[in-house]
Design a protein around this ligand. Structure first.
Ligand SMILES: Cc1cc2nc3c(=O)[nH]c(=O)nc-3n(C[C@H](O)[C@H](O)[C@H](O)COP(=O)(O)OP(=O)(O)OC[C@H]3O[C@@H](n4cnc5c(N)ncnc54)[C@H](O)[C@@H]3O)c2cc1C
Length: 392
């Protein structure tokens, strides 16, 4: 008879698969890992509906350090994640990120830039005249400055990242099971395993919650309060007659983001907090395009005045309502559970660093490389938010 699993990971998206890979790849680990994924087509998960943006431009040192670990991993991923000589093609487009600030956002942009520069990030702060020279397609009306990551930033293919981790994890002996985790099994102050939709129970020494936007609901089955909710984010796809395919991923002060994609362009905005209800449907919302996204695009980029909307998709953020940052580590009072949740729009780019760090908790019982304890779940019951200003 096979021995039971040492580690069960609930959710096999980019995070679950990254943790599975880093755990199985650690020479000190000789246990068994099971990833339970309810939908191996990944149709509705966040990963496959994401923009794949990669940036160093965060405000908290912890998030900047995560970016600085993850980027070299992405560059080397075709070799590191190769199976039988074939590695994933991540299609990293290093076209940069450009954060634009109005007078109101200027002080925060400067503070963030200082934090980034202090850690060696390759980001420059540009005055309007410099922006005009560098990006002549921009309308700089209302812009006080821009922060431009001229290298090490851009976007990559989230499907390729997910399947790269998954394929390599399986090659290293990780099992993937197609099933729904109906509940976490809790006995007193310990999570001892999971119960599947068909009522089968599976036990493990460690259970990882990597259930993306569903993570809050899953935690609730073990009476654990995890402030992660599904929040809808619409992506609009449009054509433009002028060729601006060289532009960076740009964020307007109103929060509207845009970037080129395969001859077309993408636009997105996160609604204000008071108009951002929990939501797990995928219905398309064109009102947001008409009222916010298009007027902002047309104002900021004159060539976008004459765009043609050609499509849209809805995706769900794994939104951390407490402080919009990752929630990692164990629970202060409940053993046997690790969290890997709440990335709120920046989980793809954090998957290498967070996957490795969570594997270190599993294998070594503590962080060995990057210390990510600032993201501990414990900050939530303690009421200590870790504020990140650069959330899109
Ligand atoms: C529109 C949009 C744009 C984004 N842009 C970016 C970006 O530019 N850069 C960036 O870094 N991030 C971005 N993100 C965020 C990023 O996609 C997420 O943070 C990241 O994908 C989270 O990965 P995950 O594995 O935790 O969750 P998911 O990808 O959602 O995976 C969770 C998995 O768990 C499974 N699951 C859930 N519940 C259960 C259960 N009970 N039993 C079994 N399986 C279960 C699901 O089927 C799913 O496959 C964006 C997200 C969206 C929606």
């Amino acid at each position: 008879m096979q021995k039971p699993y040492d580690v069960i990971i609930a959710g096999g998206g980019v995070m679950g698969s990254a943790i599975a890979y880093f755990t199985a790849a650690d020479p000190a680990f000789d246990g068994r890992v099971l990833v339970i994924e309810r939908d191996p087509s990944y149709e509705f998960c966040s990963t496959t509906r994401s923009w794949g943006g990669v940036r160093q431009q965060f405000s908290t040192p912890e998030n900047i350090r995560i970016a600085q670990f993850s980027l070299p991993f992405f560059r080397a991923a075709p070799d590191i994640l190769a199976v039988e000589g074939e590695g994933p093609e991540l299609s990293f487009r290093e076209q940069g990120y450009l954060f634009l600030a109005s007078e109101r956002g200027l002080a925060q942009l400067r503070r963030s830039h200082q934090a980034q520069a202090g850690l060696g990030a390759t980001v420059e702060l540009l005055a309007p005249a410099e922006l005009a020279g560098r990006f002549p397609w921009l309308n700089l009306d209302g812009i006080a400055a821009g922060s431009f990551g001229y290298e090490n930033e851009g976007w990559l293919d989230p499907h390729a990242v997910l399947h790269g981790f998954r394929r390599k994890a399986r090659d290293l002996g990780v099992d993937y099971l197609t099933a729904e985790v109906a509940a976490l099994e809790r006995l007193g102050n310990r999570v001892i395993g999971v119960r599947l939709g068909d009522d089968e129970a599976l036990s493990a020494g460690t259970v990882v919650n990597a259930a993306g936007w569903n993570a809050g609901r899953l935690a609730a089955t073990a009476a654990i309060d995890l402030p992660v909710r599904p929040r809808k984010r619409m992506t609009y796809v449009y054509d433009c007659r002028e060729d601006l395919s060289h532009m960076p991923l740009t964020i307007d002060p109103r929060g509207v983001g845009f970037r080129p994609e395969g001859g077309q362009y993408l636009g997105l905005v996160s609604p204000p907090a008071d108009q951002d209800p929990d939501c797990d449907d995928f219905e398309l919302d064109y009102q947001l395009f008409d009222e916010v996204v298009w007027p902002t695009l047309a104002h900021r980029v004159p060539a976008f005045e004459a765009i043609k909307l050609s499509g849209a998709w809805a995706g769900l953020y794994d939104y951390n309502t407490f402080d919009q940052n990752a929630i990692l580590g164990g629970h202060p009072d409940v053993a046997g559970i690790l969290f890997c949740n709440g990335f709120s729009g920046h989980g793809i780019q954090q998957s290498p660093a967070v996957g490795r760090a969570t594997a270190e908790l599993i294998v070594h019982g503590g962080y060995r490389g990057l210390d990510l304890s600032a993201f501990d779940y414990a900050r939530i019951p303690a009421g200590r938010p870790l504020r990140e200003a650069a959330v899109v």
